[in-house]
Design a binder for this molecule. Structure first.
Ligand code: XMP
Length: 514
C-alpha cells in the first residue's frame, strides 16, 4: 500500500462504511477490513492510523470479536469507537461493565480541549451515544479526556502510545463536531497529509489504466447509470477508441433516456470511444407478452439482456478487458471488505462475464463510494444531470408496470414519470428525495373528462427518502406539488384519468412498484 491510508477494523458495527466515508471526506484514503484480518497483513499495509468500529457485542465476553493486544504496541495511532473503545480498554487492563444507566441518543459531553483529539471542539458538545456497556475504569496509562454525568469515561487517551478511545460515535451527523474530531485524529494524531483527492484519483487512474491496457481492446456494458457512465468516460480518456461501449436499449428506459445516453456517448458526443446502441425494444416487448408475474418479468428482462449483449460481443470478437462499474459498497457488502456485511449479490451487469470472451476484468471504481464516483464524474466533465441521476433499476420500467408490459403502457408511464420528475425538480425537491418515479397500476376506473365518460388507468406516484435504500419512508410531498402534477398528468397523458400517491414505506412496501 503506497497511498497514505487509514484502516477501519470492522467489529460488526452498523456504521463501518460511514466511518470510512467520513475519513475520506477529510481527504485521507480509508479502507475497511474485518477484525479477522491477520496482524501481519495489517502491518504490511503500513497504515497511517487504525480505527476500531463499534459492534453489538460485550467486550468482556469470551466469544466476542477481539484482536491481538500486540496491535496496540506497534506505534500506529489507534482510535477505538464505542465497542472498539471498550475492547481497547478491556484488552489493556481497564474495566468494562453493563452501564447502570444506558445512554442512547444525543448527549451533552464535556471534553478536555487540551486533548489533540478535541482541538477546536467546544468544551460542552453534543454527541451521539448508543451503548449498554460502559468503561467503568480506564486502562493503566490512560487519561480521561471526556465524560458525561452517566459515563465517567466518554473518551480516554494514552498519548505516549497514540491510543484513543471514544464511547460516542463521531461518524454520525448527530455528533455535532464529529467531523472535527475525526479530522483531528487523522491530521493531529496520524499526521496525515491529506492526499486523497478526486482530481488526483482521476489522473492516477487514467495513467494506471493506460499502463495496464497498452494496445488492448476493452469492452464496457453501458447502462447510462452513474457508475457505468463514469467508468466508461474514465476508460475512454485512458485508451480512447480501444474502448467499445455497448448500450442496450430494452425499451424500458425513462422518456428520452436512450437518446440522452447516445447524445453523450455516441459519435456526436465529446468522447473518443466506439459506441454501439442496440435498439432491442421489440425483442423485449415480444418476450414480455402476456407475462404478469413480477419475478418472471425480471428474469425475462435479465436473460434477454444477456442474449442481446452476447450477440454483440460475438460480433466484436475476443477482447482483452471487460469493464465493470463495481463500487466500494458492492465490495464491502459482498463480504470482501468489512464484517457487518449485508450480503447481497450486486447486480451491476449481472452475469455478463460468462458471455464475453475476455482476459481480465477492470473495475476502475472499485475503491470509491457513490459520492466519490459522482465527484470523479464531475472531474471528468460528465454532465451534471447524468452524474446526479437517481438510481434506476436494471429491469427499468418493466418493474414499474403492474401486469403485462406493452409498448403502449411503457409510453404512458414514461410520459407520467417525465412530468413527475419535472415537477419535483421545479419544486426544488430533487436533491432531498432519494428516489421518485411514476408507476402504472393495472387498475382502470371510470372518470369523466369534458362531457365524456372515461375508463382509463390510474398512475401511482412514488417518492421516498432513504439513506441506504434498504429502508425508506414515503416523502411528505407538499400538496400543491401533488396537485399540479396530477393536473398535468391527467391532462397531458392519454389513457390516464386518476393519479394516486403511494404513502407506503419500506418495509412493508418496497421502493419499486411491481
Ligand atoms: P426495492 O424495490 O427492492 O429497491 O426496495 C431498492 C433499490 O434497489 C433498486 N433496484 C434495482 N436495481 N436492478 C438494479 O440495478 C434491479 O433489479 C433492482 N431492483 C431494485 C431500486 O431502484 C431501489 O433503488
Amino acid at each position: 500500500m503506497t497511498r497514505e491510508t487509514v484502516i477501519v477494523l470492522d467489529f460488526g458495527g452498523q456504521y463501518n462504511q460511514l466511518i470510512a466515508r467520513r475519513v475520506r471526506e477529510c481527504n485521507v484514503y480509508c479502507e475497511i477490513y474485518s477484525y479477522k484480518t491477520d496482524l501481519e497483513k495489517i502491518k504490511a499495509m503500513r497504515p497511517a492510523g487504525i480505527i476500531f468500529t463499534g459492534g453489538p457485542n460485550s467486550a468482556s465476553k469470551e466469544d466476542s470479536p477481539s484482536y491481538t493486544k500486540e496491535i496496540f504496541s506497534l506505534g500506529i495511532p489507534i482510535l477505538g469507537i464505542c465497542y472498539g473503545a471498550q475492547l481497547m480498554m478491556h484488552l489493556l487492563g481497564g474495566k468494562v461493565e453493563t452501564a447502570p444507566v444506558r445512554e442512547y441518543g444525543k448527549i451533552k459531553v464535556t471534553v478536555d480541549p487540551h486533548s489533540a483529539l478535541f482541538k477546536n471542539v467546544s468544551e460542552k458538545t453534543i454527541c451521539w451515544m448508543s451503548h449498554n456497556d460502559y468503561i467503568s475504569k480506564e486502562a493503566p496509562g490512560f487519561q480521561i479526556v471526556a465524560h458525561t454525568p452517566d459515563c465517567p469515561v466518554a473518551a480516554a487517551e494514552d498519548i505516549s502510545k497514540k491510543l484513543y478511545a471514544l464511547q460516542f460515535h463521531p461518524e454520525v451527523l448527530h455528533t455535532v463536531e464529529g467531523k472535527k474530531i475525526l479530522s483531528n485524529f487523522v491530521y493531529n494524531i496520524c499526521v496525515c497529509s491529506g492526499d486523497w483527492k478526486m482530481d488526483s484519483f482521476v489522473e492516477e487512474s487514467i495513467h494506471a489504466i493506460r499502463q495496464k491496457v497498452g494496445q488492448g481492446k476493452v469492452l464496457c456494458a453501458l447502462s447510462g447509470g452513474v457508475d457505468s457512465s463514469v467508468a466508461a468516460v474514465l476508460l475512454s480518456k485512458a485508451v480512447g477508441s480501444q474502448l467499445t461501449c455497448v448500450f442496450v436499449d430494452h425499451g424500458l428506459l425513462r422518456k428520452n433516456e436512450g437518446d440522452e445516453v447516445e447524445a453523450v456517448f455516441g459519435p456526436e458526443g465529446p468522447y473518443d470511444l466506439h459506441f454501439i446502441r442496440v435498439n432491442a425494444q421489440n425483442r423485449f416487448y415480444e418476450k414480455l407478452q402476456g407475462v404478469t408475474e413480477p419475478e418472471k418479468k425480471r428474469k425475462i428482462i435479465g436473460e434477454e439482456f444477456i442474449r442481446v449483449f452476447e450477440e454483440e460481443a460475438k460480433k466484436i470478437g475476443a477482447v482483452d478487458y471487460l469493464v465493470q462499474g463495481t463500487i466500494y459498497p458492492d465490495v464491502v457488502e459482498s463480504g470482501l471488505g468489512g464484517e457487518s456485511a449485508v450480503i447481497k449479490s450486486h447486480h451491476n451487469v449481472g452475469g455478463l462475464p460468462d458471455y464475453v470472451d475476455f482476459r481480465e476484468i477492470i473495475e476502475p471504481l472499485r475503491n470509491l463510494f457513490k459520492d466519490e464516483v459522482r465527484q470523479a464524474g464531475l472531474e471528468l466533465g460528465i454532465p451534471e444531470y447524468l452524474v446526479f441521476r437517481q438510481p434506476f433499476p436494471g429491469p427499468g420500467l418493466g418493474i414499474r408496470i403492474i401486469g403485462e408490459v406493452t409498448a403502449e403502457k411503457v409510453q404512458i408511464v414514461q410520459e407520467a414519470d417525465a412530468i413527475w420528475r419535472e415537477e419535483i425538480a421545479a419544486a426544488g425537491l430533487d436533491k432531498e428525495i432519494g428516489q421518485y418515479f411514476a408507476a402504472l397500476t393495472n387498475m382502470r376506473s371510470v372518470g369523466v373528462m369534458g362531457d365524456e365518460r372515461t375508463y382509463d388507468y390510474a398512475i401511482a406516484l412514488r417518492a421516498v427518502t432513504t439513506t441506504d435504500f434498504m429502508t425508506a419512508e414515503s416523502a411528505p410531498i407538499p400538496w400543491d406539488v401533488l396537485e399540479k402534477t396530477t393536473n398535468r398528468i391527467v391532462n397531458e397523458v392519454k389513457h390516464v384519468n386518476r393519479v394516486l400517491y403511494d404513502c407506503t414505506g419500506k418495509p412493508p412496501g418496497t421502493i419499486e412498484f411491481e
